[in-house]
Structures are given as C-alpha cells and as structure tokens.
Design a protein around this ligand. Structure first.
Ligand code: ZN
Length: 53
C-alpha cells in the first residue's frame, strides 16, 4: 500500500480518495504535501526497510 500512503504524515488514501495508476501526482488532504507517486512510494519503501533493520 506504499503508493497510497503520504510519506510526510502517514495519511492513507482510501475510498474515493484512493489513487489510481493515472494519478502520477497528488496532494495529501491531511497535511497538504505534494507528492509524485513513484517518489513517494520509494520513500515509504525506504522507511519500511529502515524500520525492519
Ligand atoms: Zn500527508
């Protein structure tokens, strides 16, 4: 679910806010952070990796 999670505040996009493959860029409704999907996903994956170590 890394593409649906804001790397800034942890907000998860669900329901009608859920991102599709067409949404390459999006703004978090919780903290207002602007994200590029792939970059945001990479940051979340990195954070998960670091948490596992
Ligand atoms: Zn956010």
């Amino acid at each position: 679910n890394t593409t649906q999670t804001c790397s800034h505040c942890g907000h998860v996009m669900t329901g009608k806010n859920k991102l599709t493959l067409a949404d390459r860029k999006w703004m978090c409704p919780s903290c207002g952070a602007f994200h590029v999907r792939d970059h945001n996903a990479a940051q979340n994956i990195l954070a998960k990796g670091l948490a596992t170590l």
